[in-house]
Design a protein around this ligand. Structure first.
Ligand code: MG
Length: 179
């Protein structure tokens, strides 16, 4: 039996539809290795801990995730393209500064934050005492209301690279609106 390859089982979409929605969504994930010696910087807050995140910049895994979610929502180049880890100017760089620059690019494209929701995955330290401070700092960096940002924390249940405290991870989803 011959198969007609010209006949797709997928219905033709017809004319390409261009969205007219003023909303855009962005998703991101980041991880950094952990090494002995604190503090652990998260969301621009230095948290007392016996490990720190390793990176070319200040290795703030949460701010990197937020930066990429914002850039991704608008289809801009990602954090690695905007701030290469091979550039000397980015060595030890404050991730809050990179986030502000990235968000200014997003705003120049016409978009503003509706809300962000973030997850930090780390076995230690327990982040409950610091979540409010992290949320507040994130809102301050972006000049938005605290009600527009949310930060949650999860452990690695003691298994895998997060559970064994080899890495710290962060995820972010961002909703933006065309102004
Ligand atoms: Mg990173």
């Amino acid at each position: 039996m011959s198969v007609n390859l010209n006949r797709s089982i997928i219905p033709a979409l017809g004319k390409r539809r261009i969205t007219t929605s003023p909303l855009r969504i962005g998703l991101s994930e980041d991880c950094h290795r952990l090494a002995p010696g604190g503090p652990l910087r998260l969301g621009g807050v230095d948290i007392p801990h016996d490990r720190h995140a390793v990176g070319h910049s200040d290795a703030d895994v949460l701010l990197h995730a937020v930066t990429d979610a914002l850039l991704g929502a608008v289809g801009l180049p990602d954090i690695g393209e905007l701030f290469p880890n091979t550039a000397e100017e980015n060595r030890g760089r404050d991730s809050a500064e990179m986030l502000r620059l990235a968000y200014s690019r997003v705003q120049t494209a016409g978009y503003s934050i509706v809300n962000l929701d973030c997850v930090i995955l780390t076995q230690e330290p327990k982040l409950s005492p610091y979540k409010k401070a992290i949320r507040g700092q994130l809102a301050t960096i972006l000049s938005v209301a605290e009600s527009q940002v949310n930060v949650k924390a999860k452990t690695g249940e003691g298994v895998g690279p997060v559970g064994e405290q080899l890495i710290i991870q962060a995820q972010c989803v961002a909703l933006l609106e065309l102004k």
